[in-house]
Write a protein that binds this ligand. Structure first.
Ligand SMILES: [Zn+2]
Length: 339
């Protein structure tokens, strides 16, 4: 039977400094960084310049000379002349490191493998996974005056307030880019809304959300179930909070000067989102739910009621069949939220 290895846990437990010493790499520490000559056997850059650096805290390294980079396990694999992309070879190296430095980890129950929250996907190549990491760029050159938004009745103020704009390049080509912020207000990605509804298909969904990608030796995952759209704006609990399904509902309610509003970005509401909704509303405040007037909206409402009503007073504003919050005029909205 092979040794139990939880790659993620092993990476977090391994001490990069110890591993460097194990491979007889001279450690010159500067704060959290180690700099030095590249110790990798396949290093093919200059030998006499300190091109190698490792972040001891994050457990990642890179070499400007040979271009090698990765996490602590990749490093060990390369030192052993193994290819870190070769799962079997990486496992062997990891098992050796675990035996040497963290023998206790091998005792983890086998059942854990099945119950693990998220089984490691093969394509993560043993890299650490970070969820909803802040973006390291901002989309520039978005067209904030695109007819799609203006023709749907959104004012320039609303478009600017939410940072919306038509994107003509890249992953969000021909879509309206919608900045997404976590609850600390950090930009964590963009959703993209198709502007030509006739072009919607299975491969070209109405909304596109960020996918999984590799960055700086980590796998970055995006999960919309862990935050609320527009939720970052409320720094203190409010008296009244409106919850809608979609982005456009939030924009429309904002434009009509309605109470604070958030969206779950779909007809599902996760437990985490429900928890966030409760935290945004004062204990004696109210949660107003405004689901779309369809089957999915009904389901949305039922989920919200189940998760939130034990904690906060709730009001359900029912839409007529086939209607959405954006179909209501400012006057109708005012009547809906009369207290
Ligand atoms: Zn190198």
């Amino acid at each position: 039977m092979s040794t139990w290895i939880d790659f993620k846990e092993l990476r977090s437990k391994l001490n990069f400094e110890e591993v460097l010493r194990h491979y007889k790499v001279e450690v010159k520490r500067k704060g959290k960084q180690h700099h030095g000559f590249c110790p990798l056997p396949n290093h093919n850059g200059k030998k006499n310049s300190p091109s190698f650096s490792a972040n001891l805290e994050k457990g990642i390294f890179q070499c400007f000379g040979c271009g090698a980079r990765g996490n602590i396990l990749d490093f060990a694999a390369m030192m052993e002349n193994a290819d870190p992309k070769d799962g079997t070879a990486l496992r062997t190296v990891a098992a050796d490191l675990q035996k040497r430095f963290c023998p206790g980890l091998a005792d983890a129950p086998k059942a854990k493998e099945k119950n693990a929250e998220k089984p490691a996907k093969p394509e993560t190549k043993g890299l650490p996974v970070v969820v909803n990491a802040p973006l390291d760029f901002e989309l520039k050159g978005l067209n904030r005056e695109h007819p799609y938004l203006l023709n749907r009745g959104f004012s320039q103020e609303t478009i600017d307030h939410f940072g919306l704009g038509f994107c003509s390049r890249g992953m969000l080509k021909n879509r309206v880019a919608i900045p997404l912020h976590d609850h600390d207000g950090k930009l964590i990605g963009y959703a993209g809304r198709v502007v030509d509804d006739a072009a919607i298909s299975e491969e070209n969904p109405r909304y596109r959300f960020p996918g999984e990608h590799e960055r700086d030796g980590k796998i970055v995952e995006f999960r919309k179930t862990l935050f609320l759209y527009n939720g970052f704006r409320f720094k203190a609990p409010v008296d009244d909070l409106i919850v809608v399904e979609g982005f456009t509902g939030v924009w429309w309610l904002h434009q009509n000067a309605m109470p604070p509003m958030v969206a779950t970005m779909g007809a599902d509401c996760s437990e985490k989102q429900a928890e966030l909704i409760v935290s945004l509303v004062k204990p004696n405040g109210r949660v107003w739910i405004v689901p779309d007037g369809d089957k999915a909206g009904e389901r949305h409402a039922q989920t919200l009621l189940t998760l939130i009503s034990p904690h906060r007073f709730m009001r359900w504003v029912k839409m007529d069949e086939g209607k959405q919050p954006t179909d209501l005029s400012g006057e109708q909205l005012k009547n809906c939220f009369k207290t």
